[in-house]
Design a protein around this ligand. Structure first.
Ligand code: SAH
Ligand code: SF4
Length: 380
């Protein structure tokens, strides 16, 4: 029987796995802490586990990291890793250091089936879902790699926030996403608070409801258009779950959490969705008609990051700022996302670990890993 990848298991699943082998729950907790808190993948080095358990683990389990196929560092401290997920596919993970936090942008799928007009991942089509362990492996690798590089003291963390904003639509891979989120939140795992883990979705309405019931982390919704006519063109999933249903799902998501808010992401496309009139339509959209109160929300305007074949242009800065001002004047907190890592194609929407041209993928996968020196400013 093939060994199981322990990165696939949240603590409850690991406990069940251990109990099925005659081991008590506290052993599962110890094992889970070795893996996620200490970054240990070698059972022999888990010194406080009984030899009998270590032997069972060595025979039946592995901690399966993803092979690193490439690494690039941006002048601004952003680091992008390319992970080989087999079959000629690769996914990308991006670390974004800021003064007060370190954010890891994690992928959920190789490719994406939603096919948004402005997204490089969408243009390449869908290859496959990642397993939970492949989602967790991105965090496991990045956290422990960065701790070593930055010489962090025991207990210090490199990554304080996770955003599921890499390649793929996380809510179309819900079965794998949920255990991975639980590992991120678990106090014996990465101990991230639910407000520091963000799931970003293009609007898979039934799964927004599931997430609310199972694991209500911070929610970002990729809006990009104020009307169904335009959103149908930009985000094809809108034809299945139009704006009225999406807004209703956002309201339900927040119903039980009065201090929470939805982050609406809005990619600014020159001449397409950046007119003042469209900002006013957005205000109407989130304000609701009739008796509905406004959806508690923030807007995050993302200047479009161009990629070959998109045929689209970034909105000029003045238009982005004017758009932001209209939302702000209506009392909606609005930020304009600073573009990070665009010199290494690590900015939003530029991630394309798998491309149609397989020869290019092979070239990327065999390219030697570029080692970079620790950078003081990377420290969150
Ligand atoms: N599939 C999810 C999460 C991954 S995309 C989603 O769509 O929300 C993460 C964010 O990057 C989304 O808000 C997406 O709309 C945005 N994005 C995609 N392509 C972009 C591009 N070329 N320029 C700027 N933002 C982009
Ligand atoms: Fe998929 Fe998100 Fe890209 Fe749309 S923006 S194609 S949902 S990854």
């Amino acid at each position: 029987m093939a060994p199981v990848n322990l990165l696939d298991h949240d603590l409850d699943a690991l406990t069940a796995w251990c109990e099925a082998r005659g081991e008590k729950r506290f052993r599962a907790v110890q094992l889970f802490r070795w893996i996620h808190q200490k970054g240990e993948g070698d059972f022999d080095r888990m010194s406080d586990l009984a030899k009998s358990l270590r032997d069972k683990l060595a025979a039946q389990a592995v901690v399966q990291a993803l092979p690193v196929a490439g690494e690039q560092a941006s002048a601004d401290g952003t680091i992008k890793w390319l992970f080989d997920v087999g079959g000629g596919n690769a996914v990308e993970t991006v670390f974004i250091p800021e003064a007060e936090r370190g954010t890891l942008c994690v992928s959920s799928q190789a490719g994406c089936a939603v096919g948004c007009r402005f997204c490089s991942t969408g243009h390449q089509g869908f290859s496959r879902n990642l397993a939970s362990g492949e989602i967790v492996a991105q965090l496991w690798f990045a956290e422990h790699q960065l701790r070593r590089r930055l010489n962090l003291a025991p207990g210090e963390r490199a990554i304080s926030n996770v955003v599921m904003m890499g390649m793929g639509e996380p809510l179309q891979n819900y079965g794998a996403l949920l255990p991975a989120l639980r590992v991120m939140l678990d106090d014996h795992g990465y101990g991230l608070s639910r407000r520091r883990v963000t799931v970003s979705t293009s609007g898979v309405v039934p799964m927004i409801d599931r997430l609310r019931a199972d694991c209500p982390v911070a929610l970002a919704v990729s809006l990009h258009a104020p009307t169904d006519a335009l959103r149908d063109q930009l985000v094809p999933l809108n034809r299945k779950y139009p704006l009225a249903e999406l807004m209703a799902a956002c309201r339900r998501y927040l119903a039980a959490a009065p201090r929470d808010f939805i982050t609406f992401e809005y990619c600014m496309l020159d001449g397409i969705n950046d007119a003042p009139e469209q900002a006013r339509q957005l205000i109407d959209l989130v304000s609701g008609r009739g008796a509905a109160p406004r959806v508690p929300c923030k807007f995050n305007l993302i200047p479009f990051n161009p990629f070959p074949a998109s045929g689209l242009k970034r909105s000029p800065r003045e238009r982005v700022l004017a758009f932001a001002a209209i939302l702000q004047d209506a009392g909606i907190v609005t930020t304009v996302r600073r573009t990070r890592g665009d010199d290494i194609d690590a900015a939003c929407g530029q991630l394309a670990g798998e491309v149609q041209d397989r020869t290019d993928v092979q070239a990327r996968l065999t390219r030697p890993v570029i080692r970079i020196e620790p950078q003081p400013q990377v420290r969150p």
